[in-house]
Ligand binder design. Structure first.
Ligand code: PLP
Length: 415
């Protein structure tokens, strides 16, 4: 396969970047891998693989409670990782950055904490039509068990969100607005500013699911100032099993813990416990120390490339793919827009997305097919699933063109 990159982007040397990703030379079904499933999880650069290897080779110990050298070193690496995460997201106090198992874990911690403190029967949670199951189910569970109500910001005919409807959806009972910053299925970006402004005016708690935003866009949490923000390292060139839960400083003291145990305390007796302050209060048990180290290495990689450069490059890829797909009458695109974050979703008329994905795999092209954990969105679109191509910094226009060529063959085969 001809893979010479002719990207017009002057900021990025994509060929040099690709050398950082050993997996990209892998052959799949005898073909060079074209990995367009980055929305599910992104590939890892050598810097991240090496950081984790280095941690286990030279520093592995349990943290926070040891006086011996290794334990102190591991603790320092873990807390340095917290500082790197805080700096990346422009958070002044690193204690506001809590390590979780990922986005899903973070949203569950928020929902369960608010359920124990703020939420009352009859209260309303406002979501968007885009939400991933991970930002529906924790709220739905509370609503079903406690007589709560989920309301949904609907879609417009162009599949963007009907943001104007918010003013009528918000009532005196709206306690939480929990929204994804970027739709994992459509790649469309939620206009957060008007939403956050309205929430502030009404004293509503804001939760941002940043799982698909953080890999593609610069996120400044000081400027955005939501109550909560969550994301997953594995979608940001980091390892699986680790993520960020950011919370506004007031919540560090007031949000009830969803889970507790060793590491979260100052003192414990059988009668009572005095809890630690800051992030530790929310990090029971032995954390994913190597994961935190890998997460920090991933953020360093992203910043070395430049998050704005990543966004610009991926936008060029999305727009090129969209432009090419629009030439094919057999293709229907969902959420067509020039302002997307790394994702394009489509179907071939009269073909099941699984068949399209299976045939593309024969050519070594990895795309995701199905409902993308957004079944309610699929219901609104009146479809069962889509084919989703999602891009990362190492993808090239040559790969996009190769994908379009093979898709034409798939169209021919399925005709
Ligand atoms: C928008 C969105 N929210 C939440 C999640 C869940 O992330 P994780 O599986 O890392 O917890 C995903 C994963 O695809 C996502 O795209």
């Amino acid at each position: 396969m001809e893979m010479k990159t002719v990207d017009s982007n002057i900021h990025l040397d994509v060929e040099a970047i690709r050398l950082n990703f050993p997996i990209l030379t892998k052959k799949v079904n005898g073909q060079t891998l074209v990995y367009f499933d980055n929305g599910a999880t992104v590939q890892k650069p050598i810097a991240v693989i090496d950081a984790i290897n280095d941690y286990y080779s030279h520093y592995n110990a349990n943290i926070h409670r040891g006086v011996h050298t290794l334990s102190r070193e591991a603790t320092e690496l873990f807390e340095q990782a917290r500082q790197t995460v805080a700096a990346h997201f422009r958070v002044v106090n690193p204690q506001q950055c809590i390590f979780t198992a990922g986005t899903t874990d973070g949203i569950n911690m928020i929902a369960q904490g608010l359920a124990k403190s703020i939420l009352k029967p009859g209260d309303e949670i406002l979501l968007t039509a885009y939400e991933h199951h991970s930002n529906i189910l924790p709220w739905q569970l509370w609503a079903h068990e406690n007589g709560g109500v989920l309301k949904v910001i609907p879609l417009l005919s162009n599949h963007s969100l009907d943001i104007d409807s918010i003013s009528t959806l918000i009532t005196a009972k709206t306690k939480v607005i929990a929204v994804t910053q970027v739709s994992n299925t459509l790649g469309l970006i939620t206009p957060l500013e008007p939403l956050l402004k309205l929430a502030k005016q009404h004293g509503i708690i804001t939760v941002i699911d940043g799982a698909q935003a953080a890999p593609h866009l610069p996120v400044d949490l000081t400027a955005l100032n939501p109550d909560f923000f969550v994301c997953s390292a594995h979608k940001m060139y980091g390892p699986t099993g680790i993520g960020l839960l950011y919370m506004r400083e007031q919540w560090l003291k007031t949000l009830p813990m969803a889970k507790t145990g060793g590491g979260t305390i100052k003192t414990v007796s059988f009668e009572k416990t005095e809890y630690a302050e800051g992030a530790l209060r929310f990090e029971p048990g032995t954390p994913h120390i190597a994961g935190a180290v890998g997460f920090a290495a991933a953020l360093k990689f992203m910043n070395a490339v430049g998050v704005s450069n990543i966004y610009q490059h991926e936008t060029e890829l999305v727009n090129e793919a969209q432009h090419q797909l629009l030439q094919l009458p057999e293709v229907e695109i969902y959420g067509q827009s020039e302002h997307k974050a790394g994702v394009i979703s489509f179907n071939l008329k009269n073909a099941h997305p699984f068949d399209v994905g299976t045939l593309l795999d024969k050519y070594g092209i990895a795309v995701r097919t199905g409902h993308h954990c957004t079944q309610p969105l699929m219901q609104l679109l009146g479809i069962q699933g889509t084919v989703r191509a999602s891009f990362a910094v190492y993808n090239t226009k040559a790969e996009v063109h190769h994908f379009i060529e093979k898709l034409k063959r798939v169209i021919h085969l399925l005709a």
